[in-house]
Design a protein. Sequence first.
Length: 146
Amino acid sequence: MFLADRLNAELVELVEAQKRRGLTGFLKSGYQAVARRASELEGKPWEKIEGFDKLYLMTPIWGGNGTPAMNRFVRKADFSGKEVTVVTFQSDIKLKGSEKVHSTYKEIIESRGGRFMKGIALHSTLPGKFAGKEYIEAQVEDSLLK
Ligand SMILES: Cc1cc2nc3c(=O)[nH]c(=O)nc-3n(C[C@H](O)[C@H](O)[C@H](O)COP(=O)(O)O)c2cc1C
């Protein structure tokens, strides 16, 4: 929302059809991410990018991979003529595995007609915790708005 506001951009949220709850939800999420599964999303968010030429795909890293929600989105979206930047968030301060996630999405984006601009790895916090608005916004500012 911060980035969308600052860029005067449209925010498209990926909302999963099925909620994730508790420990079972956490374990399932990890398993699905490792297996690079895609989840059902509410609506057709990929249709909302028609007519835009710059996209920022933002996702947490789960189990060293992207998320099932983002996997669905990139496998459905038509990126033709679009410049795409991938931004990941994760709890590991060393940002382990982020390059692999960026390159996996790069491959899919390019195979669907897009131009991958860059992958940006940002630090968030542990699952269930909130890193803090200012902490996240400062990193977005430094990496994307300067
Ligand atoms: C199922 C699951 C798996 C995760 N796996 C990783 C991981 O492999 N590496 C990492 O740095 N952080 C991992 N995390 C931490 C998340 O990346 C972090 O909590 C997330 O960026 C917070 O953003 P959110 O509040 O938007 O979910 C994992 C979190 C969850 C829930």
